[in-house]
Design a protein around this ligand. Structure first.
Ligand code: BGC
Length: 742
């Protein structure tokens, strides 16, 4: 019931919380305004619009002069509102044409109120809540003069070694699209109002497929895979009004993404009619020299402008070379005008021309409704992986609870990667929150200083705490700095001496609840046998502590489900649910194999001799304190024609003792197609609440747009044939039915 009130309070708040000064700009008339501005601009001023500088790039008179001369279009990382307004004043009042600057920053999962990392947010499968979080991030960030965020990241990631898996929404294109749109809508909501942020879909495209999970690495993605898996979230982002796109660092099939005419011009502009602007990633244009694609910055500028990058982030290949490129007849000024037009269009659409300055607001941060939203999202993001003996929720009669581990009270680590504006001192840790509930029942020992600590000197204190208690809650995982950009890992176990700590505590014989905070799926096989329960909390943000305490105490019931498959072993990567079949598919025969203990081959299959082929925890998986049973999957017809809608319904019953929420998932499999299709593809889901004993029939509707795919010629086609449809609690545990599409 409380959730309901929070929901109402949040909606009332979101409607009423518009800043008084409206940025007005009529969408009609914008092109004419741009025409007349471009007509007045010098070549230098045009190139200026295409240049984005980093804020700390020597704040000096010469910088002010660049702005005064109209030679900068944008800044990133505006640390001070005063300086931001000062630069804007120079641009608007002292430059010849008064074109406002646009200020960007990485507001990735909140600003001062930090929400869970995006991978965690996606595990809530609650797009309204994700949208509310993005809205709050926009309110807080825009109050500091930020106009534009470099979010959402919509890279599909199937490799947990890649540190940036934390920043995305997992391995599924459909769910990533839903979550990306939710973030976009939260940021760009009511764009003419100064409390919005322009969103930036990144990293275009394929960056998440970095070979071996090594950041910035080469990607080789066939066009069919690109169109069916990696491009769809970006396409949806643009259809929903996303205004900017960031070109990625990676080499895509031999052409770096920031000089890639196919993806940037053919797909983005010609096929999707994108009319916002493309910004390069940080220095990604000059890096095409290291890629071996361009021999110097002159060629970098040529390749990038021809491909369709409108604004260069940080580097200055454009600034130095565009003039010569036109003078030497390599490109026409029309190409430059196009980019300038794209940039000015976004500046007009956001109302920057009408309201370029940010007024100082007294208390823009951490309002109670923001914190409640952060708490709820952190709670819904947590995934209960195991609860073998129902050790969770904690029994009320317990008199002593040991809280142990390097992440129990790590206020910086729990904020996760990309939270430059979050403040540790404003973060509520699990230790703090558990003490608020259990007071003197809590016996705390850190055990290890941080997640990579190898020293065992804190172990005896930890063991003493465990011995004094009836249950142990161990807070383990990886610190914030072990995931994120340029933080790939090859070893996905708990780092430092954490496994040893678990073993020492297990020797006490006390029941152990493990709470993991991490930026990626970790391999948990080293501790599973000693853990009675495992709750995966990701890096949960400012309100992670109270959210976790709510779940541990049973005040709330876990409902999150994984949006990425968890491997059993590093050697199994990549493991993802929506893979294709083979001629010799793995089967039950390839399960139950002890890791590292080879068996004789029993069949010819795409599997291992020395490892179960299934993931440790599959996509869509997550437990609750209650149990749900699925029955009676029904399709409205055995055969449908192209324009019919197929109703698929399934009965879900709460068969346990607690109120709970379940994420009901719908998958399809196109059984025979002219291009082989994944064994399962998520097509819809619903998050429903059920009381004990209650059951509901959940309905989904499948239309032809959900049944098609992009073929070898890049066309979206819908082929008649046999389909299988699945509904269930995760990508493995499903009921199935068949239908035929005529
Ligand atoms: C990252 C981007 C980020 C940019 C600006 C780059 O290193 O790849 O995701 O938006 O920096 O900070």
């Amino acid at each position: 019931m409380k959730w309901f009130f929070i929901g109402i309070a949040l909606s009332v708040f979101l409607i009423s919380c518009k800043r008084p000064a409206e940025r007005r700009s009529k969408s009609d008339g914008i092109e004419e305004k741009i025409d007349s501005l471009i007509g007045l601009m010098t070549f230098e001023e045009k190139i200026g619009q295409m240049q984005q500088l980093h804020f700390s790039q020597s704040v000096s008179d010469s910088l002010f002069n660049l702005v005064r001369k109209g030679q900068v279009g944008s800044f990133l990382n505006a640390d001070s509102l005063e300086l931001r307004n000062k630069l804007q004043r120079i641009a608007v009042e002292e430059s010849r044409l008064g074109i406002p600057l646009i200020f960007g920053r990485d507001v990735i999962h909140g600003f001062r109120t930090v929400f869970p990392i995006p991978l965690g947010q996606s595990a809530s499968w609650n797009d309204s809540l994700v949208k509310a979080a993005a809205r709050i991030a926009a309110l807080e960030a825009s109050s500091q003069g930020i106009d534009w965020t470099f979010s959402p990241m919509m890279d599909i990631a199937r490799d947990p070694r890649w540190g940036r898996i934390a920043e995305g929404c997992g391995e599924d294109p459909y769910l990533t699209s839903i979550m990306g749109i939710a973030m976009l809508q939260g940021y760009q909501d009511d764009l003419k109002n100064s409390s919005s942020l322009v969103a930036c879909g990144k990293h275009y495209v394929g960056y998440g497929a970095a070979e071996g999970g090594r950041d910035y690495n080469t990607t080789l993605i066939p066009e069919t895979e690109l169109r069916n898996v990696y491009l769809p979230p970006f396409k949806r982002f643009i259809e929903e009004g996303g205004l900017t796109i960031m070109s990625a660092f990676n080499d895509l099939n031999g052409t770096p993404a920031s000089g890639n005419e196919f993806t940037l011009r053919q797909v983005l502009r010609n096929e999707w009619n994108f009319n916002g602007f493309v910004v390069s990633d940080w220095n990604s244009m000059p890096e095409m020299i290291s890629h071996g694609y361009c021999k110097d910055e002159y060629e970098v500028a040529l390749r990038s402008i021809v491909a369709g990058v409108d604004m260069e982030m940080v580097g200055n290949a454009y600034y130095k070379n565009l003039y010569s490129l036109v003078k030497n007849g390599e490109i026409t000024e029309r190409l430059i005008n196009e980019s300038v037009r794209n940039i000015l269009r976004v500046k007009f659409k956001t109302g920057l021309f009408d309201q370029p300055f940010t007024e100082v607001e007294k208390q823009p941060f951490l309002k109670s409704v923001y914190l409640e939203t952060a708490r709820k999202l952190a709670e819904e993001s947590c995934v209960l992986l195991r609860n073998d003996k129902n050790v969770l929720p904690l029994n009320e009669r317990i008199s002593h609870i040991a809280v142990i581990g390097p992440l129990a009270d790590a206020n910086l680590d729990q904020l996760g990667t990309w939270s430059p504006d979050g403040r540790p001192e404003e973060t509520r840790t699990p230790l703090l929150a558990l003490k608020e509930i259990y007071a003197e029942k809590i016996v705390y020992a850190k055990g290890l200083e941080n997640s990579t600590d190898k020293s065992e000197k804190g172990f005896s204190e930890a063991v003493t705490a465990a011995n004094k208690s009836q249950v142990v809650i161990l807070f383990l995982g990886e610190g914030a700095l072990l995931s994120g950009e340029n933080h790939s890992r090859a070893y996905l176990r708990l780092p430092g001496a954490q496994v040893k700590l678990v073993e020492n505590i297990a020797a006490t014989g006390k029941p152990i609840i493990v709470v993991i905070m991490a930026g990626r799926p970790l391999i948990l096989s080293d501790i599973e046998r000693n853990a009675d329960a495992i709750l995966y909390a990701w890096h949960p943000g400012t309100m992670g502590g109270p959210a976790i305490a709510d779940l541990i105490s049973g005040n709330k019931n876990p409902s999150g489900k994984l949006t990425v498959s968890f491997p059993r072993f590093e050697g199994q990567i990549p493991v993802y649910y929506n893979h294709r079949n083979t001629g010799r598919p793995a089967s039950k025969l390839n399960t139950g194999i002890t890791a590292g203990d080879p068996v004789n081959p029993v069949n010819a299959a795409a599997a291992y001799l020395d490892l179960d082929y299934t993931p440790a925890y599959p996509f869509g998986y997550g437990l609750s304190y209650t149990t749900f049973e699925y029955s009676d999957l029904t399709v409205s017809a055995d055969t449908i024609s192209m324009n019919d809608e197929l109703k698929v319904s399934v009965v879900v019953k709460n068969t346990g003792k607690y109120n709970g929420s379940e994420i009901v998932q719908l998958y399809i499999h196109d059984r025979y197609a002219s291009l082989t299709r994944p064994v399962k593809e998520l097509k819809d889901f619903k998050k429903i609440a059920l009381e004990p004993g209650e059951s509901k029939r959940i309905e989904f509707y499948l239309t032809k747009d959900k049944l098609g795919f992009y073929n070898q010629s890049g066309q979206f086609i819908i082929e008649p044939g046999d389909f299988e449809v699945f509904a269930g609690k995760n990508s493995f545990d499903v009921l199935n039915a068949r239908f035929y599409l005529k």
